[in-house]
Write a protein that binds this ligand. Structure first.
Ligand code: ADP
Ligand code: MG
Length: 520
């Protein structure tokens, strides 16, 4: 009797199983790590990314590179996710996380070839990661206070980015800004608003106590400043087309046209009257404010600012105590926010809006300037990393030495720990130690140093935080040289790298039904 094959997968599905699936997945993840590896550290190179529109970004930031790649391979997406999580949680250490994940998989590849089962590798990696967390806790140095240490933290995370020459000054600004927002203990990194404009030099960057918007006042007849303003924040437009309906009207004689226009003005007028009744004299909208509305606002002496970014509106809401209004029909006097001053000023060749003396005095904007857009974008990313790391230290108060020193210490520690384990798991734990060593190796390699020599020197060194001295082709005590990082960056990088490597190792079957023959 002939057997009829039973089909459980839709026609056209593609399936990879066992070793092939595993190998392919590992290859993809390795390639992703390989791609960002050369950017690691102070001497890391930059990547130039060109998108479909031909827009160019030059960056050294792991998370940005992976994000901009727009990969659609599912394993590649998981690596992007590692970088994204790292960026979100601590703002720095993205490249390190991806490099460690890639290296864990390279090591796993070797073990799989030697017939070590994935479950043993996974167990070994989990054990090693757990031991790293324990050791990190023991060896972290308590940060008590002192701007100098915070500046070192900021500088370490900005090293190697486009802002290199000005990192001292920028580090100072980052620390000053975070000190301001963290005065009462409760803060988020996002409490510091970063605003930038092209023109001038990075050294002209400064801190503004308040909120700065990259916008201008929309109508020439509106006042250019307002003291003790009542600010209304709108997430709705002052324009006819925002009336959620699309209609086509055919007009056959001029009087009808006039009627129609009058009705439009009437609609706008109703909205303006609502604004007047709220007592607001400054209106900031994320949408448009059309000509008619601008005209009416100007006549009432109200300042209108349009097309503000949504995130800026949220920031303003926090700073001024104003509510974000989405429906003008229900706006009232309690919805407006207040400050000491709203003013349009020239910053270089550009008009910007300054909202100063906010109710929430902790509102701080870091105004960054730079010669070109590309440079400015990269400086912003560097400053963002620094805000993440300094913020993390203010909150968690734990730091470790950088320049590969912490990874070397952890690597040594878990090698020792592996001897207390028996069986093949020992091999996996040692492989984890090798993967951690990839950070100092990579730092040295990217700086063109003799990798083997440097690693041997660190291993032999009596210095507590022996790491790579990139400038002098030797080793140094990272802590003494001020190359320090938040413990949190390392915790996050190691745990997410382990997680993703293990997740990839667990998969032995890839079934893709996308584009398959399923018909509804
Ligand atoms: P990531 O995205 O992982 O933060 P980076 O390119 O910012 O990648 O590089 C971070 C690494 O560079 C860390 O291991 C850090 O300790 C190291 N590093 C930073 N500054 C120095 C320095 N001056 N000397 C040696 N290593 C440094
Ligand atoms: Mg960094």
């Amino acid at each position: 009797m002939q057997q009829i094959p039973i089909m459980i997968l839709p026609e056209g599905s593609v399936r990879q199983q066992g070793k092939t699936a595993q190998q392919n997945n590992i290859d993809v993840a390795k390639q992703m790590a390989e791609m960002v590896k050369t950017t690691l550290g102070p001497k890391g190179m930059d990547k130039m990314l060109v998108d479909v529109h031909g827009d160019v970004a030059i960056t050294n930031d792991g998370a940005t590179i992976l994000k901009e790649l727009n990969v659609d391979n599912p394993m590649a997406k998981m690596m992007v996710e590692v970088a994204r999580t790292q960026d979100q949680e601590v703002g720095d250490g993205t490249t390190s996380a991806v490099v460690i994940a890639g290296e864990l998989l390279v090591q796993a590849e070797g073990m799989l070839k030697n017939k070590i089962h994935p479950t043993i590798i996974i167990k070994g990696y989990q054990e090693a990661a757990r031991e790293c967390m324990h050791k990190l806790d023991l060896m972290s140095v308590e940060f008590e206070s002192g701007d100098e240490v915070l500046r070192d933290i900021a500088e370490t995370s900005m090293t190697g980015k486009g802002s290199e020459e000005h990192k001292e000054q920028l580090a100072g600004l980052v620390v000053e800004a975070l000190n301001k927002v963290s005065e009462n203990g409760q803060f988020e990194g996002s409490d510091v608003k970063i605003e930038s404009y092209t023109g001038g030099s990075i050294s002209d960057s400064r801190i503004i106590q308040g909120v700065v918007l990259d916008r201008d006042i929309s109508h020439p007849n509106m006042p250019r400043f307002m003291t003790k303003p009542k600010i209304l924040l709108l997430d709705v437009g002052l324009e006819v087309k925002s009336m959620e309906m699309d209609a086509k009207i055919q007009i056959s004689d001029p009087s009808q046209m006039q009627k129609f226009l009058d009705a439009e003005s009437q609609m706008i007028m109703t909205q303006i009257n609502q604004i007047i009744s709220s007592g607001a004299n400054v209106v900031i909208s994320t949408h448009g404010i059309d000509e008619t509305a601008q005209h009416f606002l100007a006549k009432q002496g109200i300042i209108g600012i349009r097309r503000a970014k949504r995130e800026d509106l949220e920031y303003l809401s926090k700073a001024t105590g104003g509510k974000i209004v989405t429906d003008l029909k229900i706006v009232g006097q309690t919805d407006t926010g207040s400050a000491e001053l709203v003013e349009e000023r020239m910053s270089g060749e550009k008009k910007m809006i300054f909202v100063e003396g906010c109710v929430n005095a902790q509102a701080v904007t870091l105004l960054i300037r730079g010669g070109t857009d590309h440079l400015l974008e990269e400086v912003k990313r560097a400053v963002n990393d620094a805000i993440g790391t300094v913020g993390s230290v203010i909150k968690t108060k734990r730091i470790v030495g950088g320049a590969g020193s912490v990874e070397m210490r952890l690597s040594k520690h878990i090698r020792k720990h592996s001897t207390s384990m028996s069986g093949k798991i020992q091999i996996a734990i040692n492989a984890f130690a090798d993967a951690l060593e990839s950070i100092p190796r990579c730092l040295a390699e990217n700086a063109g140093l003799d990798v083997i020599e440097i690693i041997a020197q660190i291993n032999a060194s009596k210095k507590e935080w022996a790491g790579v001295d990139i400038e002098n082709n030797c080793i140094m005590d990272a802590f003494e040289e001020g190359v320090v990082e938040p413990t949190q960056v390392k915790i996050q990088a190691i745990s997410s790298a382990t997680e993703v490597a293990n997740m990839i190792l667990r998969v032995d079957d890839v079934i893709s039904t996308a584009g398959g023959g399923r018909k509804e």
